[in-house]
Write a protein that binds this ligand. Structure first.
Ligand SMILES: *Cc1c(COP(=O)(O)O)cnc(C)c1O
Length: 344
């Protein structure tokens, strides 16, 4: 079985696991100056994250969802309007920020074009409308098939938002996939956002964790929100140690996942009924299977019968994700199964 449901399926290898045994641990919830805890490994990971993103500080979270949630709450209060992409993960999948019983924020959505790029004019329209507290972007963009927002567009969005005194938060769950595909440093991308969340638990291969980075003033508020949400962990160095290993060893290899995705994309080009959403630029392919007269769930079931595990996304699409452990042969075999399913 070829399992392309998600890059969260990556398992830690021996070398990564061994970092846990030697990690210096402490209680990350006992805080000192700048609200930092006593787990040295967590502090080391947070410092490395800050350095990589070019921000003043970073904070470790158990999940990306909690990281995004705390980050947005560091800017907003109940009732505030938050500008989000119409298919943004934190709006469509996470939801908690906009839930009536939880975050109570009001989403205002902006569209993206066929390449997954935010439509600047629409963002400006919304900002002109007033009372927008925060602009959120997602890079890479999950539901459009791993689309990247290039630096030029990020800069335009950032400058526009700041013209209206509105900060920008980036859901960069797969930020390093974007950086690799765009051939830029993560810190160059992060110049054009006020805060960023990225996951170490996806393509980077660590078992658990996400980091949020930003300036010191934001980080202090973020720590407050993390505590409020129950996100403070104790000897979290056992999470941070594999995270450090992931950041030191697994960023460059994301390129391989992109190559495998591209290889599969090329092999399923020009199919009659199965259409790719956007281009194969990073490690995600999203397919529109509407024309086959199947629901995404039915399609995934048929794929599974043929040896390919994939996942339905949105209401009418399916997603393939390439990650460490998936080979070029797997990619070709996945494409073969998709071609077969196209014949009905
Ligand atoms: C996975 C993901 C998240 C959330 O991360 P979790 O660790 O699963 O909570 C947020 N945004 C995007 C775009 C993601 O793909």
């Amino acid at each position: 079985m070829i399992d392309l449901r998600s890059d969260t399926l990556t398992l830690p290898d021996q070398a990564m696991l061994e970092t846990i045994l030697g990690a210096k641990l402490g209680d990350d919830g006992r805080t000192h100056a700048l609200e930092r805890g006593e787990d040295q490994t967590v502090n080391e990971l947070e410092d490395l994250a800050a350095q990589i993103t070019g921000k003043e500080a970073g904070v470790l979270f158990p999940t990306g969802t909690l990281g995004n949630t705390a980050a947005v709450l560091a800017y907003c209060q109940a009732g505030d309007k938050v500008l989000v992409d119409e298919q943004q993960h934190l709006y469509i999948s996470e939801k908690v920020l906009f839930d009536y019983n939880f975050g109570q924020l009001q989403p205002v959505s902006y569209p993206h074009d066929e390449n997954g790029l935010p439509v600047l004019e629409k963002i400006e329209e919304a900002l002109k409308g007033g009372n927008i507290r925060l602009v959120c972007i997602e890079n890479t963009h999950n539901f459009t098939g791993g689309a990247c927002i290039p630096l030029k567009n990020m800069k335009e969005i950032y400058e526009l938002a700041h013209k209206y005194q509105v900060p920008v938060h980036m859901d960069g769950a797969r930020m390093f996939n974007a950086a690799i595909a765009l051939k830029v440093k993560a810190s160059e991308m992060c110049r054009y956002v006020d805060s960023v969340m990225f996951c170490i638990s996806k393509g980077l291969g660590a078992p658990v964790g996400s980091l949020v980075c930003g300036n010191q003033e934001f980080i202090l508020k973020l720590r407050e929100k993390r505590k409020l949400l129950g996100g403070v962990m104790r000897q979290a160095g056992i999470i941070a140690a594999p995270g450090l290993y992931a950041l030191r060893n697994n960023i460059e290899r994301l390129q391989e996942d992109h190559e495998h995705a591209k290889c599969a994309a090329e092999l399923i080009q020009g199919l009659k009924h199965t259409h790719m959403v956007g281009q194969a630029v990073t490690n995600i392919l999203v397919l529109d299977v509407n024309e086959l007269g199947l629901t995404p769930q039915e399609y995934c079931r048929k794929a599974e019968e043929k040896g390919l595990l994939i996942k339905p996304v949105l209401s009418d699409k399916v997603r393939l994700v390439f990650y460490k452990g998936i080979t070029k042969e797997d990619a070709a075999e996945a494409a073969r199964i998709i071609r077969e399913l196209d014949k009905r």
